[in-house]
Each structure stands twice: as C-alpha cells, then as structure tokens.
Design a protein around this ligand. Structure first.
Ligand SMILES: *Cc1c(COP(=O)(O)O)cnc(C)c1O
Length: 355
C-alpha cells in the first residue's frame, strides 16, 4: 500500500519559529531569575480561596467569570462589558489577533519585544511586521510610518519585554493620534504594576476615549499567579464582543477565577510586595552601573544587559553559580528581579564577571 498522505494543514506549522520558554528550574536551590515571575509565594488568603474551590472541580466554572469581571470593573472603573478575561494575557492576545487579523493582513510590533508576538501572529495567517527598537526603546515614529492599508493591529508592549523600557505619555498620545482609527492598537501592560515613572501613561486611562485602543493586563506577574493562567483585556464593546466570540468557552478555570478574586481583595498586601521589587530594581540597576554595566532604565520586574556575543557566556557563568537568567540569542540577557538575597547573588556574579 502507498503511504497515506499527510493531513493538509492551514499553514506550514513545522516551519514556524517556536516559543522558547524559560527552562524549568532543576531544583529549588537554583535562583530562577529567567521568567519574570514573582519570587513570593501565594498569600494564605489566596490559598484558602483556592482550597475552597478544589472540591468543586467536577463542575464547569462560570464561563463569563462574572464575579471576577464585576470586581475588576469596580477596581478599574470600567464597564463590565469592556472586560474580557482569558487564559493569561497571552491567551487573550491570541484571541484578539484571531478577532482582528488573518491571511493578507499585517500586524506591527517592535523588535526585540515579547517573543510570543511573532508566533501568535504567524498562527493567524497574518504577516508580522517588526519595527526595530531604537536604543532599546519603541520607535513609535517608525511604527506609525509603517502602517499600510493592510495593517490591522499594532502591539505596543509597555514596559517592553525584554528591555524594560517604557514609552511616555506624550510620545504615545502623538502616536495614537497618527494611527488610523480602523487599526486596533493593543497596549500590552503585563508589567503595569511595576511602573513608578509618572510620565508612563496608564493604558486604562488612554483607552477611554479611543475606541481603537485595547489594553492587556495579567495576574501572572505582579499578582504572582503565573501558573494559573489568568489575564484580561479592556476594550470598547465592538472589540470586546469580537474578542469574546473568539474565546474558547470556560477558558478561565474556577481555580484561576478564585485566586484572581482573592488577589484583588488582597491587592494592598500584594502591591506592597511589588513596591519591594521596584525598590530592588533600583538597587540592582545602581549596583550594576556602579560596576561598569550599561543598563537601560527599566519600569518592569527585570533588567536588560546588552551583552551581544557574550550573552551565552554570561548565562553559563550565572548558571554555574546557581542563578538562571534568560539569554536572547546574541543580543542580550534579561534578568528578573528576585528577592534581595537572590539579587545579591546575581550582583556578585555580575561584579566578578566584569572584573
Ligand atoms: C509575561 C508576559 C505576558 C504573558 O502573561 P500571561 O498572562 O502569563 O499569559 C504577556 N505579555 C508580556 C509582554 C509578558 O512579558
């Protein structure tokens, strides 16, 4: 018999680039500063809510995440119809892309930026258009210049992963004024809670009178729920409705809904931890600069070292000393801000390495 033909697929998936996730830590003794996670464990109140939820896993969760939406709506001061929760902000980003773009369309984003973007865009059949960063920052002028009549979506990662840099209110407003109203601009604010520069705008304020702006937020980073997969979009009703139509039913588990709600209730306590990390970010940045490193100003929970061809060697040196960091090819290394002790160990390695 002749071999059966291979199934015909929509895109040549085998040719797509892959997402390279941070490696799983080989043991708890390693400092994992490679995935921008929150180093602090869940609060007791969050664990209690999750425990109560465990006995109900035989039932489907609330498909609309109604209580979570209601509480987010109050916390953010936006109507519930403008909120769409999903499987992490990555899941929401993917669904938004499916809602907005397909074969023949273009999706613009900066590069280097979050490495999931090109993969998510390819999977929809649309064409990713990458606009190089300028001095580690979004080049919003060049991004606006690159808009064509095929552009359906522009993603602005603010602050940018992996460089940590943030775009300011003036430049972002100027950019939004230039982008045609029929192009959706998505502000990915996965690290919003770590921003302490008052010139960096809050996307939820910017979206209010701009129907073509949507904002992505997540519970993974500041709220420390990375493993549970829950994030959300804030968008005007036509966009939010299209996004809902592209979302898989029950995409936010009951455990994730319970933990996200408990985290909102405990936001004072959790944001106190965020302040500690922001203080540590300043300390780590100062110490690295003092030992000769060039470090862009970061508004996120990580810092970026443009090590070029030495990225791998530095990553290996860190790993040999029990610290996992994240190299990006021959460009640089991203280091997550951890606990003060973890940061001290990183600073020791970085200080010695340069010397
Ligand atoms: C971590 C990260 C996300 C993904 O967050 P999840 O909510 O865990 O899916 C989205 N965007 C950026 C820029 C990130 O760094």
């Amino acid at each position: 018999m002749p071999p059966a033909p291979a199934p015909r697929l929509r895109v040549d998936v085998s040719g797509l680039p892959r997402y390279v996730p941070g490696r799983v830590a080989p043991s708890d003794l390693v400092d994992k500063l490679s995935s921008n996670e929150n180093p602090y464990p869940p609060l007791p109140s969050v664990l209690t809510s999750m425990r109560e939820e465990l006995g109900r896993v035989n039932r489907y969760p609330d498909a609309k995440s109604g209580e979570l939406v209601r509480e987010l709506s109050e916390a953010l001061g936006v109507p519930p119809e403008h909120l769409v929760p999903g499987t992490g902000s990555l899941g929401v980003a993917r669904d938004l892309l499916y809602a907005a773009a397909g074969e023949g369309d273009e999706v613009l984003f900066a590069w280097r930026s979050f490495e999931a973007y090109p993969l998510l865009v390819w999977a929809t059949g649309a064409t990713p258009v990458q606009i190089p960063l300028r001095e580690e920052r979004h080049d919003l002028e060049a991004m606006a210049d690159a808009v064509t009549d095929r552009t359906r979506m522009i993603v602005v990662c603010n602050p940018n992963n992996p460089t940590g840099t943030a775009v300011r209110r003036d430049e972002l407003e100027r950019f939004l004024d230039r982008v045609p109203g029929d192009v959706l601009v998505v502000l990915d604010e996965a690290y919003r809670e770590f921003v302490d520069d008052t010139d960096v705008p809050d996307g939820v304020e910017l979206y209010r009178d701009r129907p073509n702006v949507a904002v992505l937020r997540t519970f993974s980073k500041a709220y420390g729920l990375a493993r549970l997969r829950v994030g959300y979009a804030v968008a005007h009703p036509p966009v939010a409705a299209a996004l809902r139509a592209c979302t898989i039913a029950f995409s936010v588990s009951g455990l994730a809904q319970a933990a996200a709600r408990a985290s909102l209730h405990a936001s004072d306590e959790l944001l106190e931890r965020v302040r500690t990390l922001v203080t540590e970010r300043a300390r780590v940045t100062r110490a690295l600069r003092a030992s000769g490193w060039t470090v862009p100003d970061s508004q996120a929970n990580f810092v970026w070292l443009r090590l070029g061809a030495r990225s791998r060697a530095f990553t290996d040196a860190c790993e040999a000393a029990g610290v996992m960091v994240r190299p990006f090819g021959d460009e640089g290394v991203r280091i997550t801000i951890g606990t003060p002790e973890e940061n001290d160990r990183l600073l020791k390695i970085a200080g010695d390495w340069r010397a």
